[in-house]
Design a protein around this ligand. Structure first.
Ligand SMILES: [Zn+2]
Length: 69
């Protein structure tokens, strides 16, 4: 029973799981991108999220910094 990752989520994984609970509804056109997801890019201690609305092309971006919860 020594493998598995329960109870040891990294800050990145915690942040991602929390973030993915957020809606994927475009604030501009109201399209619900239920099959979509936020694309994640990491760099240094930052995590950048990007979501492109497949309906109107509106891009949302959010940036988080690790260690600043
Ligand atoms: Zn849209």
């Amino acid at each position: 029973m020594s493998h598995g990752r329960t109870g040891g989520l990294s800050p990145f994984e915690r942040l991602r799981s929390r973030f993915e609970e957020q809606d994927l509804v475009c604030p501009k056109c109201g399209y619900d991108d239920a099959d979509g997801r936020w694309l994640v890019a990491t760099g240094g201690n930052r995590i950048r999220y990007r979501h492109l609305c497949p309906s109107c092309g509106h891009v949302r971006r959010r940036t988080f910094r690790l260690g600043e919860e």
